[in-house]
Design a protein around this ligand. Structure first.
Ligand SMILES: [Zn+2]
Ligand SMILES: [Zn+2]
Length: 343
């Protein structure tokens, strides 16, 4: 299956920023989702034209339209597979469901997304849970109780990193800590994808520069094909990993008779990496110490109905990285489940 490199959270709020964004998007990205705020209706309505212009400047990229939905005090990206699906759904969706603080309205909104037939149904990603964590937890509970048929993702690291207060330790980030937001969805029977994005704002660069799209955080997704629908289906399958600074590459997980075989290549020295396992008995952590280079480790993970496992880690250096990589940072995979094939 093709492995695509995505940044599923980028802002583009003014016509004159199109050229700046086109130049800022770093090489190596395959997919960029433009996801302006739902509470700025003018921006949302102008977005399709701006995406068209960006596409003419960057024909190499698959651009997806989306909207950053304000719900229960948190931010959630609703990402559509193409422009028609966005035009058909997004304005009405925002009009009905934006800015709600009511769990039953949030459940209706997720139900409305789930009712959109394939292949135009959007994906839903819980953005940057370091900001709005309480709301993200509430929405996660709605998702666990209603189990809407939507492809879901959770940001494992914070985007919009020009703001130092949002940087933090990648191993402590509330998206990916053991038993955190990601594991809440997993233990609730969902299959979330691990994501990381830039949340790049052209209009905030003068105050405090963010990492540009594709410069520091990526979501690597196994997709059935390189279309918008393929990306949503890849997220749906939950076969992805989130990585900062390309600290690791070629991450794969396979069940064997002895447990979970984990392979990746560390491009910088890792301080540690971990396998997080979950089952009805709860969440457990199997830790590995300082690591460099190629890793091929079969970890004795016990499997059973409903069990899952995922991998995460971080570099020795926690210094705030500068462009030019490879950098310091963390990585976190989506989970493999009992019965899954290799990915
Ligand atoms: Zn946001
Ligand atoms: Zn944003």
């Amino acid at each position: 299956m093709p492995e695509i490199v995505a940044d599923l959270h980028v802002h583009l709020e003014h016509d004159e920023f199109v050229g700046i964004l086109a130049e800022a998007i770093a090489p190596g990205l395959d997919v960029v989702a433009v996801t302006n705020h739902a509470h700025k209706p003018d921006v949302m309505h102008a977005q399709p034209g701006r995406i068209e212009k960006l596409q003419s400047l960057r024909p190499d990229l698959l651009l997806l339209p989306g909207v950053e939905w304000d719900v229960l005090g948190c931010h959630v990206n609703v990402i559509f597979p193409d422009a028609e699906a966005f035009a058909a759904v997004a304005p009405d969706f925002v009009g009905r469901f934006n800015m709600t603080d009511d769990e039953s309205v949030a459940a209706d909104a997720l139900g409305a997304i789930a009712a959109i037939p394939e292949p135009t149904r959007p994906a839903v990603i819980l953005n940057h849970p370091g900001h709005g964590l309480e709301g993200a937890r509430r929405l996660a509970q709605v998702m666990v109780s209603k189990k809407p048929a939507v492809a879901a993702g959770v940001d494992m690291f914070h985007g919009h990193q020009g703001w130092p207060q949002t940087y933090g330790d990648p191993m402590e980030y509330p998206g990916n800590v053991p038993g955190g937001l990601y594991d809440t969805l997993l233990s609730g029977g969902l299959r979330p994808a691990a994501t990381a994005a830039s949340d790049f704002h052209v209009h905030k660069q003068e105050r405090r520069p963010d990492y540009a799209p594709g410069q520091y955080q990526w979501t690597i997704i196994n997709c059935p094909d390189r279309s918008g629908t393929g990306v949503v289906r890849g997220l749906w399958a939950g076969e992805s990993y989130a990585v900062q600074g390309s600290v690791v590459e070629a991450l794969s997980m396979t069940w064997t008779g002895e447990g979970l075989r984990v392979c990746f290549r560390a491009r910088v020295d890792l301080e540690r990496w971990e396998v997080i396992t979950g089952s009805e008995a709860g969440v457990a952590v199997i830790g590995f110490g300082r690591t460099a280079g190629a890793v091929d480790e079969t970890v004795p993970v016990k499997r059973g109905r409903g069990s899952w496992a995922r991998v995460r880690g971080a570099s020795v250096s926690r210094e705030r990285p500068v462009p030019g990589g490879p950098y310091a940072g963390g990585f976190a995979s989506s989970a493999v489940h009992d019965g899954d094939g290799p990915w």
